[in-house]
Design a protein around this ligand. Structure first.
Ligand code: V07
Length: 255
């Protein structure tokens, strides 16, 4: 009477390999809670979370996902203790030191969205190097949101468009969804810019300033696992949940 089961448990259904979401975005939450539950420092959770990034990247690539966007560091994360921020800034370096050959072997191309120029110089260097080293890869795009904020992205896009109007390259009347989409940090992804599926781990059900424009029509799947406990099977379960839902894009029916 009060709640009807509106979707089958993902485990009761089968994963349809012909309907894998093209673009999956993940808010990798719960590293600190994972560590706390084990009486470990928060940074141990981040370290383990990085290993999960590697496993999930390969799992997504194997499933035929075209873009995997991972929220690694938000513009708000600078408010954390400086010791934790310093550790987090080392993670892209550790990640690429150990993982670039695997990325190349799996034909995965690295992309980054966010204000990279505000990161420590060695972090910027390794990120730019990884982008360059994988520029020839034609498989999945692994898109890290690093020093990224959704409102910041919208402000930057708005400024860029305002400047185009100012120089006469564009008229105000010609500003439409397509112009906005291309001015966003995902503009280069073309029709893959908008995630089909957003996953957030660790039980929180908020957007936390992530891809505000691009998530307008996405399916949201929230899972209780902390990010370090997430794995390829969890990814498949989330995709199965996604496949069990109707997507209507605001229209009436789209079966
Ligand atoms: C970070 C591990 C995953 C859980 C979330 C927070 C901690 C991978 C990267 C990364 C980022 C950019 C890049 C290559 C790797 C990363 C940060 C934190 C700041 F080009 N994991 N990871 N960056 N965590």
């Amino acid at each position: 009477m009060f709640s009807k089961p509106k979707e089958k448990a993902a485990t009761e259904q089968m994963l349809d390999l012909d309907r894998i979401p093209a673009h999956i975005a993940i808010i990798m939450d719960g590293n600190g809670r994972w560590a706390k539950a084990r009486h470990l420092p928060r940074i141990a959770g981040h370290q383990q979370g990085m290993q999960t990034v590697k496993k999930v990247t390969i799992a997504a690539s194997d499933l035929g996902v075209k873009v995997l966007t991972l929220y690694a560091f938000s513009t708000e994360n600078w408010k954390r203790p400086s010791s934790e921020v310093n550790f987090l800034m080392q993670l892209p370096i550790k990640f690429f030191d150990t993982f670039v050959p695997d990325l190349i072997k799996n034909n995965v191309r690295v992309m980054v969205m966010g204000d990279i120029s505000a990161l420590p110089a060695p972090t910027q260097k390794v990120v730019n190097q990884a982008i360059a080293d994988t520029a020839h890869c034609t498989g999945m795009i692994l898109n890290f949101a690093l020093n990224y904020g959704g409102r910041d992205e919208i402000i930057r896009a708005t400024k860029a468009i305002a400047k185009r109007v100012q120089t006469g390259d564009l008229t105000a009347d010609n500003v439409d969804e397509s112009v906005l989409s291309q001015a966003m940090m995902t503009g280069s992804l073309g029709d893959l810019a908008d995630p089909d599926l957003l996953i957030r781990t660790s039980g929180e059900e908020r957007l936390s300033n992530f891809m505000l424009w691009q998530l307008a029509y996405s399916e949201f799947v929230f899972v209780d696992q902390h990010w370090p406990d997430f794995d390829g099977e969890s990814l498949k379960a989330a995709i199965t949940t996604f496949q069990g839902r109707h997507r209507r894009f605001g229209g009436l029916e789209n079966k």
